[in-house]
Ligand binder design. Structure first.
Ligand code: CA
Length: 334
């Protein structure tokens, strides 16, 4: 397996606080020997566990990016025992453009794991995370939101694996994070996610969706800020007395178990949802209707829920194409 071409002058083993960059070689007309400089902060104090915190996996998901900038400003080596690695904009080209995928290669970082050191920029970033950063970490959080096209009720999450012991450790970290909802992804239709790669590395790896609609919600940022303190205290990296705050659980534990939790637009048009975030629905209920403003005499096309549950996510944009996810559900863990 070839090595990553990504390099850094930050020393992961050095005590203290270093603000530096991961340098991803990117040779283009305006800069033959240039790099994409992805900001990286390493804070270390002696021996102890390592937490690896990242956001900006999708560039238009902002609460985690804000919360990690604030953590970089606030956290000092004397606050911790061990090491905290913080990358607030891991897919920097996407984050700077405020879009989901990288404008360099149209790469969706969270569909690019385990990556490729010789692939395009986004695959090279995924490969560096998987082969360099994940092996260094004991605990990981990849902070997401609904991005431009979705809105979420904020939750922290974990991905269920085949490993019962790892699931137990991750569930305990999820409860410690203490978000109002703690969600378990028990259904995994895609193996290219960061969370799948992290679980394959036997890593306690949390995720979460803390807002959406291309905006920054202050309530979502607060949940992330408090949750990260709770998580660092849970890992033994900061004192529990530094983690005092409004969100300490207990989280409402929910899960997503199958394709039937999702509803997709049946036609292209203008979608009127019949539900809002937080609504409880039953299988067979109308989820919404697609209207045809270019042919208003045509009857609207309804779509229906395939299962019971709570609306935890809905589409933000009004216009839909056939196959767009318009709503998805979660159910309480029995
Ligand atoms: Ca995302």
């Amino acid at each position: 397996m070839s090595q990553s071409m990504i390099w850094t002058r930050v020393d992961y083993e050095k005590d203290g606080k270093q603000n530096g960059w991961l340098q991803l070689p990117h040779s283009v007309t305006r800069s033959a020997y240039g790099n994409v400089s992805i900001p990286l902060t390493v804070i270390k104090n002696g021996k102890g566990p390592t937490a690896f915190l990242m956001a900006g996996n999708h560039g238009d998901e902002y609460e985690g990016q804000v919360a990690l900038c604030k953590l970089i400003q606030a956290l000092e080596p004397h606050h911790i025992q061990g090491r905290v690695i913080i990358i607030p904009a891991i897919n920097l080209p996407a984050a700077m453009a405020g879009v989901r995928v990288s404008p360099i290669d149209q790469g969706n970082l969270n569909r690019s794991f385990p990556g490729d050191p010789n692939g395009t920029a986004t695959y090279a970033i995924a490969h560096y995370i998987d082969t360099v950063l994940y092996p260094m970490a004991d605990i990981h959080h990849d902070l997401h939101s609904g991005g431009s096209s979705l809105q979420y009720l904020p939750f922290a999450s974990m991905r269920q694996s085949q490993d019962a012991a790892l699931n137990a450790r991750a569930t305990s970290a999820l409860k410690a994070f203490g978000a109002p909802i703690g969600l378990i992804w028990a259904y995994s239709p895609d193996s290219r996610l960061s969370s799948v790669a992290a679980v394959n590395r036997n890593l306690v790896a949390l995720g979460g969706e803390f807002g959406g609609g291309g905006s920054v919600t202050s309530s979502g940022v607060r949940i992330v800020e408090q949750g990260l303190k709770n998580l660092l205290a849970h890992a033994g990296i900061i004192e529990a007395s530094r983690a005092v705050g409004p969100y300490a659980g207990p989280s409402r534990l929910m899960e997503i178990k199958s394709r039937d939790y999702y509803v997709y637009a049946p036609e292209a048009g203008l979608f009127e949802p019949a539900v809002e975030l937080g609504d409880m629905v039953r299988r067979g209920d109308v989820c919404g209707k697609v209207y045809f403003v270019d042919n208003p005499g045509r009857a609207p096309e309804p779509c229906y829920f395939e299962g019971d549950g709570m609306v935890i996510c809905k589409r933000h944009f009004g216009r839909v194409e056939r196959g767009d996810c318009v709503v998805h559900l979660a159910t309480d863990v029995a």
